[in-house]
Design a protein around this ligand. Structure first.
Ligand code: ZN
Length: 700
């Protein structure tokens, strides 16, 4: 009897013991990942081997491998699978989970060359409900870390300081608000890194969520809408650990990124062979200037403004003509004739060209203004009837069928719909408007409001959507080719960067200077030049439409203009409809803008226009307290930032250099590479490493 009892106990205990011992692991030189067969293949450890740090929470709860979400049906995770097998297959671990009407296969392997763990997921869905998102891999790690930062691929790049303590953590859709495909969380000891290696622009969302004491990875793959069938990631998910900061994480990503189709040619090669017009790589001040103002049309003043800046800086202007549209700012697609009439508009652009200046306008993406209050010169604008007649059949639809509407008539760009990029109407509107702008004398046309090449998902069954971001890519490609056929100086831009679209862009609208405001809004958010760090040598960017400039001394203006310089952007400042005399610009700002132009004219040009940004260690300089304006009625974003901003650059021949800018109200003295430098407010300096050659600004 006793023997029988002991035997049954053994039978009961032994599987438990053996399963505890049977955590299935995969490892690289840096990282070890563990899957627990007893817990349905859950990822129960992710260890940084150098430090022994385990990034998986001690008391993790499902999902810890995947979570499938459906339209009108409960979600599924590995924990509610009826049967799960975890097996080794050579150097891979394969987990197969069977649910009542779905089967999920997860496969993990290692990449010796990169020390990353690679994963894929495949789903057979027979539920009759469309998959709306696939969270994979589901990871959870403790939110409490010391002096920690979350790196998010949001637009130009974001850090979030102490993410476990802030209320809201942004997530970003790729392509779109996510300009690259990785995120990381690190502190002084180690960091966790997650990326996707997708060359085709499949839709996904990058984020991290707070759940109890944990941060949870919200890497969501967003499949096309289909109630049943097979779906799989056509790309690897990469997981690793590292030691360093956001630049270290960006360098891990860059090792993959430079082999992608969008990095086939560098910006230097593209300018040399005429793919990107040379004028973009020469210094010019991008100047955002509204044609409408409370005192009437400013179109006649455009050439004078350009001339005034040229006189101050010794470089032409690229006049960003804002509020140029026929009916009012951001009213689309009924743009023409432009504000002031075709003849006056063409005359202004011709005068600018005769003096060596360039011109830029924004198109409101693929939006269709339905109703806009006060936006039209005639008061309330209502274009709903025209949209119903001509646009509705081609508009982006929600899951319930009819065209989606966004916005309110009395706010921002007004109530609007969006035309689906896969439809012939998208081509007709965007290509047509771009070529018409070109005919009116515009050199650079920007698809504004298609931020990072992102459009909302379209669920119309009638449009015939090609996979991923293909439709928009083809459209941009055609617009560039048609524009350049007519004039090789034609340039095409979008708002905010996007790796996937690099080959079909001449430049992009950057906001490396932004702090506290979109796309760097939210508690704890600090803007860092993440996209620039990975891609500067492949794509041109310009200093945006909201870099401040003033006649009074302004720390914000100095910081923003300095960021444009140290992030390798063409200089840009904005006045919109403010009355502004370029000749009265504050002396430190003028010194900075002149310095920027001189460096772009001189030997630093190769580095700052075409070079590769490299990891830049901090500089021993005082901190300056900044108060960045967020929005009327909201507290300023307060940040302590270095009094001297700097960044290091590398050329293909191995030469390296560092640019320094004083963004403080008093002169700053500091040491770098055994040299003592003293910079006046707004003064810039470029130091080529290994030489004493410096390109300094002339004393003002
Ligand atoms: Zn569509």
């Amino acid at each position: 009897m006793i023997l029988k009892w002991i035997a049954s106990l053994a039978l009961f205990v032994m599987p438990m013991l053996s399963s505890r011992a049977a955590i299935v692991t995969l490892e690289t030189d840096n990282t070890r990942i563990g899957f627990d067969p007893v817990r349905h293949g859950a990822i129960v450890s992710l260890v940084d081997k150098t430090t022994g740090r385990d990034f998986v929470s001690r008391k993790p709860t499902a999902p810890l491998l995947y979570e499938l979400r459906f339209n009108n049906a409960p979600s599924l995770t590995e924990s509610n699978a009826a049967k799960v097998t975890v097996q080794r297959d050579g150097n891979a671990v394969v987990i197969v989970a069977r649910h009542t009407n779905a089967t999920v296969e997860c496969r993990f392997t290692t990449d010796v060359s990169t020390s990353l763990i690679l994963g894929r997921i495949a789903i057979r869905n027979d539920t009759g409900h469309a998959l709306t998102s696939v969270r994979f891999p589901a990871l959870a790690w403790p939110k409490k870390m010391e002096r920690d930062f979350l790196v998010l691929p949001r637009n130009d790049g974001c850090l979030i300081q102490s993410p476990g303590t802030v209320g809201w953590l942004p997530s970003s859709v790729y392509p779109g608000s996510a300009s690259l495909q990785f995120l990381a969380h690190y502190d002084d000891t180690a960091g966790v890194y997650v990326a996707t290696h997708d060359s085709h622009g499949f839709t996904k969302s990058f984020g991290v969520e707070k759940r109890g004491d944990d941060l949870r990875l919200a890497l969501l793959h967003l499949p096309p809408f289909a109630p049943r069938g097979e779906w799989r990631t056509e790309y690897d998910v990469a997981i690793g650990t590292f030691h360093g900061d956001w630049q270290t994480a960006a360098d891990i990503y860059k090792r993959w990124a430079v082999h992608q189709p969008w990095c086939r040619r560098t910006l230097a090669q593209r300018v040399a062979d005429g793919d990107v017009p040379r004028w973009l790589a020469e210094p010019s001040l991008f100047y955002a200037y509204s044609l409408r103002s409370s005192s009437g049309s400013r179109l006649p003043r455009v050439p004078e403004e350009a001339a005034a800046w040229c006189e101050q800086l010794g470089a032409p202007a690229t006049m960003m003509l804002m509020s140029w549209e026929k009916l009012g700012p951001w009213v689309t697609p009924d743009y023409f004739p432009p504000f002031g009439g075709e003849a006056a508009f063409k005359s202004a652009t011709a005068t600018l060209h005769a003096k060596g200046h360039h011109t830029l306008v924004f198109l409101s993406g693929l939006k269709w203004t339905l109703r806009k209050k006060g936006g039209s010169d005639a008061g309330m604008l209502d274009d709903t009837a025209a949209f119903e007649r001509r646009g509705a059949a081609s508009a982006i639809c929600g899951t319930n069928g009819p065209p989606q509407r966004w916005g309110k008539p009395d706010a921002d760009v007004g109530e609007h719909a969006q035309i689906c990029a896969a439809t012939p109407l998208a081509r007709e509107l965007l290509l047509g408007a771009a070529l018409e702008c070109q005919r009116l004398g515009i050199d650079c046309v920007q698809a504004d409001q298609i931020v990072g090449g992102g459009l909302p998902p379209c669920f119309s069954a009638k449009h015939g959507h090609p996979p991923g971001a293909t439709a928009l890519y083809r459209l941009f490609d055609e617009i560039r080719r048609e524009g350049k056929k007519r004039n090789p100086n034609f340039a095409w831009a979008i708002e905010e960067p996007a790796e996937f679209f690099i080959p079909v862009l001449d430049t992009y609208h950057a906001r490396d200077y932004s702090q506290g405001r979109w796309p760097r809004d939210g508690a704890g958010v600090i803007g860092v030049p993440l996209f620039t760090h990975v891609y500067h040598e492949f794509v041109h960017g310009y200093g945006g439409d909201s870099c401040y400039v003033s006649t009074d001394s302004s720390l914000t203006a100095l910081y923003q203009q300095a960021m444009n310089l140290v992030c390798g952007k063409a200089p840009g400042v904005a006045v919109w409809n403010r009355d502004y005399d370029p000749r009265a610009t504050d002396s430190a700002q003028l010194r900075l803008l002149r310095g920027h132009v001189e460096l772009w004219h001189g030997s630093a040009r190769e580095f700052l226009v075409f070079g590769q940004r490299v990891a830049t260690p901090p500089l021993a300089v005082p901190q300056v307290h900044h108060r960045f304006h967020v929005r009327t009625g909201q507290p300023a974003r307060e940040l302590d930032l270095p009094a001297v901003l700097h960044s290091s650059w590398k050329l293909p021949d191995g030469r390296r250099g560092t640019v320094f800018v004083c963004a403080a109200k008093d002169p700053v003295e500091f040491e770098t590479g055994g040299m003592k430098l003293k910079l006046q407010p707004g003064e810039v300096r470029f130091v080529e490493h290994g030489t004493l050659k410096t390109a300094a600004t002339k004393k003002l």
